[in-house]
Design a protein around this ligand. Sequence first.
Ligand code: ZN
Length: 257
Amino acid sequence: MQRKRKNFDQIVEFCRSPKAFLKHLDACGINRAVLINYVAPEVIGFTPEVNEWIARYVQEDPKRLLPCGSIHPKHTQNVMADMEQIIRLGIRLIKIHPPHQLLYPNDYLHGVNELEIIYRAAEANGIPVMIHTGTSIFPGARNKYGDPIYVDDVAVDFPKLKILLAHGGRPLWMDTAFFLVRRHPNVYLDLSGIPPKTLLEYFPRLEEIAHKSLFGTDWPGPGVPDIKQNLDDFRALPLSEAAKTRMLEGTAVEVWG
Ligand SMILES: [Zn+2]
């Protein structure tokens, strides 16, 4: 990031100061942000410290900043205790990142019991789970895990769990993502990381599933230089105003209440 991003200093400043980040959101016309964090020691280097860090960060304004955290099913020593900590910290979303955590979302069917406990506890406590779908070019990421089809099992086995398909399987598996959103009442489509200008090429029938889709940027991920530009490009799409409002506000309100 340091080598490639012009605004690297700004990102560092926002990581340090939630006040500065909130000011930036104001300037972009954004009310609320979900701040994605997950444990992925092998590929990214993130440890479980991310949970406490983000819980502290959002205390500046918990209404506007929603903390996302995670438990790594294969690294946790005591999944029940870790799940209790997630709940105690007020984490509002759990991210599972298969290509960076090196597992399939349905690996609870193949011996990873911790994953089942995470899904069960999230379901029981009304915490949505976001599952990364689609590719990652990060060194060491394994892309076989990015296929959304494995989320089908999760949606069947945990029918009350709200599941967000992050990035809609971009760029290889949009058809699968579209199918899952239409098939399962508990599966939602997250649009982050898809450039708004190409969104309708990826999802030509987006209007049909707008009521289950939600806007996001994936900033400061690679290929997402600017939050405001992303929002402006999304607003300019030839979709109905009702569909855009739903994706910008309504679906998120339904997911988080
Ligand atoms: Zn992701």
